[in-house]
Design a protein around this ligand. Structure first.
Ligand code: F6P
Length: 381
């Protein structure tokens, strides 16, 4: 009997989502004779039963289109904003899944989506996920789709900043997305030859960054490019945050309500300051080096536009593999990229984990070998 498949895209949009929907849909329909339908705006659309037909016509012409034809949201099944409150809408979602007689639900998203999909899997739904995010921080896969395109955009931006930095003899800070990991900043920084790369995995010292820039000046280089991951954090702020988080977990253990509330507020304050980290750093570098400094925040530009060839290929490979897994009734898995192959990985093995850049990663070793300042020390690993 023909299978019924639902698909949704959740979390921040990412180049390659449409290529993945197309890969899944075309293989599901053409190869396996399945029926496939989309749910709009992530888990919210599944809860509200807002659907979109996916067929040869709607799947056509979308390979190169950015964003997601299904729309997306960051709403979670168990914390859905309804009537001004966050409600657990899991039961409604499970009901809608059954009402459509679905044999499988494919959820495309980042770390949060994997978690939400796993939650639905535990309610008995047949779930398959695909790893998408420009951040490349999903555990269990070599790469996520969207990352390559965003890295290309950030690389192009740094290339362009070079000529204006050289002309004005300035320090140029460019803030690159990536949430709590530095994959995008490190990848683009290396590809475009940034002089300093700051990533969340390596808390930085402003003094060391200033020293590295002044060393360049002594060598006759009158400009510097600093690639700053949005989650980059100074050593001092990292220490403060760590201490407060430790105190908070102690207060939680003791059920000390008053202290818990105060500590949460203090943590939120530190995090708010971290959000404007790049501007603060620019001001401090200008003071320490006496070199004119400017900031460029790339922001959502990195998520927009046509997906790169690599992302289209990855998304298509993962999408078609998802259709194959549905046919084989292999559920509760994320389709991961492992070298040239697409492999199903049990969701329970990847949920709740984040893929940070390991200290011995080849990209990091290359950056060190080039003499790129990572904000900590100049030693080659
Ligand atoms: O997860 C993708 C991402 O673009 C992150 O790099 C960034 O921190 C976040 O989403 C921005 O989210 P929003 O689109 O909700 O502002």
């Amino acid at each position: 009997m023909a299978k019924y498949v639902g698909v949704l895209t959740s979390g921040g949009d990412s180049p390659g989502l449409n290529a993945a929907i197309r890969g899944l849909g075309k293989a599901a329909i053409g190869q396996y004779n399945m029926n496939i339908m989309g749910f709009k705006d992530g888990f919210r659309g599944l809860m509200e039963n807002r659907t979109m037909p996916l067929n040869e016509r709607t799947l056509s012409g979308i390979l190169t289109v950015g964003g997601t034809i299904l729309g997306t949201s960051r709403h979670k099944p168990n914390k859905m904003p309804v009537g001004g409150k966050n409600m657990d809408m899991t039961e409604v979602i499970v009901g809608n899944y059954h009402e459509h007689h679905l044999d499988a639900l494919v959820c495309m998203g980042g770390g949060g989506t994997q978690k939400n999909a796993y939650h639905l899997m535990k309610q008995g739904l047949n779930i398959i996920t695909l790893p998408k995010t420009i951040d490349n921080d999903v555990w269990g896969t070599d790469f996520t789709f969207g990352f390559d395109t965003a890295m290309g955009i950030a690389t192009d931006a740094i290339d362009r900043l070079h000529s204006t930095a050289i002309s004005h003899h300035r320090i140029m800070l460019v803030e690159i997305m990536g949430h709590n990991t530095g994959w995008l900043a490190l990848g683009a920084g290396l590809a475009a030859g940034a002089d300093v790369i700051l990533i969340p995995e390596i808390p930085y010292s402003t003094e060391i960054v200033a020293e590295a820039i002044l060393k360049r000046t002594k060598e006759g280089k009158t400009f510097s490019i600093v690639a700053v991951a949005e989650g980059a954090i100074s050593q001092q702020m990292y220490k403060e945050l760590k201490e407060k988080k430790e105190e908070l977990s102690e207060a939680k253990q003791k059920n000390d309500k008053k202290n818990k509330k105060d500590l949460k507020e203090q943590i939120a304050e530190i995090e708010a300051v971290q959000k404007i980290n790049t501007y603060r750093l620019a001001g401090n570098l200008e003071k320490l080096t006496r070199i004119e400094t400017r900031v460029t925040i790339l922001g959502h530009l990195q998520r927009g536009g046509t997906p790169s060839a690599a992302d289209r290929l990855l998304a298509t490979r993962l999408g078609t593999m998802a259709a194959r897994c549905i046919q084989k009734e292999q559920f509760g898995v994320m389709i991961a990229s492992a070298g040239d192959t697409a492999v199903p990985v049990p969701l329970k093995e990847i949920v709740g984990k984040r893929k940070n850049i390991p200290p011995d990663h080849p990209w990091l070793k290359s950056a060190r070998a080039l003499g790129t300042c990572m904000g900590d020390c100049y030693d080659i690993i």
